[in-house]
Design a protein around this ligand. Structure first.
Ligand code: ACO
Length: 470
């Protein structure tokens, strides 16, 4: 695998994602049942937010166990050894220890291989950490420090909100990505746009609680404003650096960080509005028939303009159905996984069509983490669909996602709420032995076995995977 020769090597080409693994909890609550349990109007969570089911963890899973599961499965499915990995980056906003990184816990998996020469630590800024982890891995492979080995980026979070309007936008899960050259999903080199800003839209100042402080409407405005900025800058850079004029037709698929699916549909409409605004007035009416009454619209004043939103959602409906909806399967069925959300979208999109249809497609991706950090970047799917190609391997690796989604256990809302209360009451408790049963987890899942009197966490593996299936 290594092309490294005496510290010098050809600059690696086609760097990106070789393989992916997704983990989500085995338990879910039905959003329609939650609506009636919470006493809100029928349709508020399912139609208003676009959420179908929400995955959640009991007291025997934490961010370390989620990451252990995703990384161990990725390594196994990829047929590599832990010695083949030279960088491991974590993205998370679920903090179990203020000093010791999740990355350091993951080194437990590397012990038998004897490989401790593994760069990278944790990346934290709300839902953005996974993207920072991915970018760091790609940068390492493209740098003078690369030693020819693979990198792994893993993002994992448990997204839980206090009881109230934000709770149905929770979720949990992890995505691990194997990064290297000659990848199945090749990041467009030299082209990405970032917007970072100091704002308190969502943050976690209370160390004794898992719950964030969130200003819902402000977080939505910040998300949409960051999308505007990143998309505009990406298009400017595409023209300047690649001589490529960019609009929605540039992308075969557009994927978004997904706090809830309705916001993503609005985001597609937002990109159509951006295309409309940047088109010269003479051309606008030809390219955007029926939108003449919006000729004077200003982006900054339209975040909550229902008339503009509705008109551009209608205008972009077919674009949304074709380019974005296939990426929402995990998001609507598991919920907001925070850092893995965008990459759960990528998994959903890859699962939605055949290798023949995926080959050569260009995908735009928008990553957002409150606080705020955001990026718009793009990747190209390899055109090589030979049976042993990275793309075919990646597709095979994700074969079990739908069956795993369907084999989860539905938990009644009252039991879900009791588990949320349990998590609240035992948060950071020490010593502690979780009450949830490992047998309820998917086979092959790492879980929290105990926390000792010094807050040291001990992990075990639930019953092993049989016949390669979890
Ligand atoms: N049938 C159909 N639609 C309904 C119904 C119904 N019975 N009832 C309400 N709705 C619609 C509303 O009209 C609204 O739609 P609109 O936004 O298109 O107007 C939608 O459902 C939501 O209803 P609201 O009353 O606005 O919801 P609420 O204020 O209770 O909370 C919010 C929504 C703000 C998203 C909340 O869940 C939250 O704070 N979530 C966490 C923050 C978040 O996810 N922010 C996004 C970016 S930051 C991040 O990633 C964490």
């Amino acid at each position: 695998m290594s092309s490294m020769v005496n510290g010098s090597h050809d600059w690696p080409q086609n760097v990106g994602i070789i393989n992916m693994e997704i983990y989500f909890p085995s338990a879910f609550v039905e959003q329609s049942e939650l609506e009636s349990y919470d006493g809100v109007s029928a349709g508020k969570y399912t139609i208003g937010l676009g959420q179908t089911r929400m995955g959640f963890c009991s007291d025997n899973e934490d961010v370390n166990s989620l990451s252990l599961t995703a990384v161990s499965r990725l390594v196994k499915k990829s047929g590599i050894s832990y010695g083949d990995v030279g960088r491991l980056e974590v993205g998370t906003e679920t903090i179990v220890d203020k000093s010791k990184s999740v990355k350091s816990v993951l080194m437990k998996l590397f012990e038998d291989s004897g490989n401790s020469d593994v760069e990278g630590v944790d990346n934290t800024n709300a839902c953005y950490g996974g993207t920072a982890a991915l970018f760091n891995c790609v940068s390492w492979i493209e740098s003078s420090y690369w030693d020819g080995r693979y990198a792994i980026a893993v993002c994992a979070d448990i997204a839980v909100y206090a009881k109230g309007s934000a709770r149905p936008t929770g979720g949990a899960g992890a995505v691990a990505m194997l990064i290297g050259k000659d990848a199945a999903l090749i990041l467009d080199r030299g082209l990405r746009a970032t917007h970072v800003q100091h704002v308190y839209d969502f943050y976690k100042p209370d160390m004794s609680s898992e719950y964030p402080l969130v200003d819902g409407p402000l977080s939505i405005q910040c998300y949409l404003a960051a999308l505007d900025k990143c998309y505009q800058l990406f298009c400017q850079k595409a023209l300047k650096k690649k001589n490529m004029s960019c609009d929605l037709s540039t992308f075969d698929a557009v994927l978004f960080h997904t706090p809830f699916c309705k916001l993503v549909q609005k985001s597609m409409a937002r990109l159509a509005l951006n295309d409309f605004v940047k088109t010269s007035k003479d051309e606008r009416l030809a390219k955007f028939p029926g939108m003449d009454k919006f000729l004077e619209v200003e982006l900054e004043k339209s975040y909550f303009d229902k008339e503009v939103e509705k008109a551009f959602m209608t205008f972009s409906k077919d674009l949304f159905e074709a380019k974005t909806k296939p990426s929402l399967n995990v998001a609507t069925n598991v919920g907001n996984m925070y850092t893995p959300s965008l990459y759960g979208g990528l998994v959903s999109y890859l699962c939605s069509i055949s290798p023949e249809e995926l080959a050569g497609k260009r995908v735009g991706l928008f990553s957002y983490g409150s606080g705020l950090v955001s990026s718009f970047f793009s990747l190209r799917i390899s055109s090589d669909i030979a049976p042993m190609s990275p793309l075919s391997m990646l597709k095979r690796s994700l074969n079990d996602v739908q069956s795993r989604l369907e084999s989860r256990t539905k938990i009644p809302p009252a039991d879900f709420e009791a588990i949320m209360q349990l998590r609240e009451s035992v948060h950071h408790k020490s010593p502690y032995v979780p009450v949830a049963k490992p047998d309820d987890l998917f086979p092959g899942t790492w879980f929290l076995g105990s926390v000792d009197e010094k807050h040291r966490r001990h992990y075990d593996l639930a019953k092993p995977i049989q016949n390669g299936h979890a």
